[in-house]
Design a binder for this molecule. Structure first.
Ligand SMILES: [Fe+2]
Length: 396
């Protein structure tokens, strides 16, 4: 049976013209048992379309791990190193993950209490909520009426020592049905996005770059981000913006000498733009929460200086400035019309290009609403490629 592609069901909020290449449902193959030739096709489709949906899948943790690993055969460890590299329970990721004992690269995530699940006698899961992460929160009364927020826009990545995974696979096993919610941005714009309960929201990193004005494209193509050592520990006492797109600058980050032991060689400095290995497109891939410094290269010889930002280059260490610049470049791409909120059904498998999209958990469940997903990503065998010399020439 040939592979068949179907457009993803876009919500009325989405600007369809911005999703022409983004996201496809794949029919006609079993993602748990792909032939070598089928995998090659799927791999290429993923890099072209950023997110692939397979419906009604039967997928064991072993099959999910094998599928994820096929995108990067020499990778071994879970993308966050099974929390060991975090070195401490202080990490803000710690409570969200439960490892499947048989296949430790696959994590059980969700909400409520799950019994006798893949070797776990009992797992107490908690859907992450903005109420414990954002500086401000939706009032309990508004929350009861269905208002919510994006939890945290991110790339799945340790951002320290390990390389950002190429792909993440998310498989929905138990998906509670409930009333749709309204995701509020609460940033003074009035933006809101109606969302299915417990959606995973995706935006395209390619679109994030494409819609920038020329002076910000020039800045993006010349800039690298230095992430904090152990970023999830570093930010553990800090609070996020109401859009979930980065951290408020309140001086609450730990100082570097309060962190678990770290070494300079393991600190990650990554380009703002990551080059798609199949299409060559540039994707704006920054995890705004972990960013600590920006290193801007000077304009190349012959580039137009008029209107250019940091024409002679810069090493920006002021955290507030770093965050403001990133927010200015990233916020346009999370506008309601540019978000794909996936409406989960049981046995949905979503495979996404973790080096080409940003995503966020959304919404809130009652404690008794059980949700169980399997998630897998693997710390990559290489660092993402940045813009080529021709890209810099073109956009700087
Ligand atoms: Fe994630």
């Amino acid at each position: 049976m040939a592979i068949e592609l179907v457009s993803l069901p876009l919500p009325p909020s989405a600007d369809a013209s911005k999703f022409a290449d983004f996201g496809k449902e794949v029919r006609g193959v079993n993602p748990g048992a792909l032939s070598e030739d089928e995998f090659k096709q799927i791999e290429e489709l993923l890099y072209k379309h950023s997110a692939l949906l397979f419906r009604d899948c039967e997928l064991t943790p072993e099959q999910q791990y094998a599928l994820t690993k096929a995108f990067d055969p020499t990778s071994e460890n879970y993308g966050h190193g099974n929390n060991k590299t975090e070195g401490t329970k202080k990490s803000i990721l710690h409570p969200d993950l439960k490892t499947i004992p048989r296949v430790p690269q696959v994590q059980l995530i969700g909400n409520g209490t799950v019994h006798d699940h893949e070797g776990l006698a009992e797992a107490k899961l908690k859907h992450p909520s903005h109420t414990t992460f954002h500086k401000t929160r939706v009032s309990p009364a508004d929350e009861a009426a269905g208002a919510t927020r994006f939890y945290r826009w991110h790339i799945d990545a340790a951002l320290y020592d390990l390389n950002p995974p190429r792909v993440t696979t998310l498989y929905g096993l138990v998906v509670p049905q409930g009333t749709p919610q309204v995701c509020r941005y609460d940033d003074g714009t009035g933006d809101v996005l109606p969302v299915p309960l417990g959606t995973t929201a995706f935006v395209s990193g390619k679109t994030m770059f494409d819609i920038l004005p020329p002076e910000l494209k020039s800045l993006a193509v010349r800039t690298r981000v230095r992430y904090a050592p152990h970023p999830y520990v570093w930010m553990s006492a800090a609070h996020a913006m109401p859009t979930g797109l980065g951290i408020e600058s309140e001086g609450l980050e730990l100082s570097y000498d309060e962190l678990p032991p770290w070494k300079e060689e393991a600190v990650k400095t990554l380009p703002v733009l990551w080059k798609n290995p199949v299409t060559g497109a540039l994707h704006f891939q920054v995890h705004p929460c972990g960013a600590a410094e920006l290193i801007v290269a000077p304009l190349p010889a012959g580039a137009k200086r008029e209107g250019a930002l940091y024409p002679d280059g810069a090493h920006i260490k002021d955290l507030k400035t770093v965050r403001e610049l990133l927010y200015k470049m990233q916020r346009p791409a999370i506008a309601p019309a540019l978000v794909y909120p996936h409406d989960w059904r049981e046995k949905d498998l979503v495979v996404f290009h973790n080096r080409g999209v940003l995503h966020s958990v959304v919404g809130a469940f009652a404690p008794d609403q059980v949700r169980a997903f399997h998630q897998c990503n693997l710390a990559a065998s290489d660092e993402p490629a940045g813009p080529s010399a021709e890209d810099v020439e073109r956009w700087a």
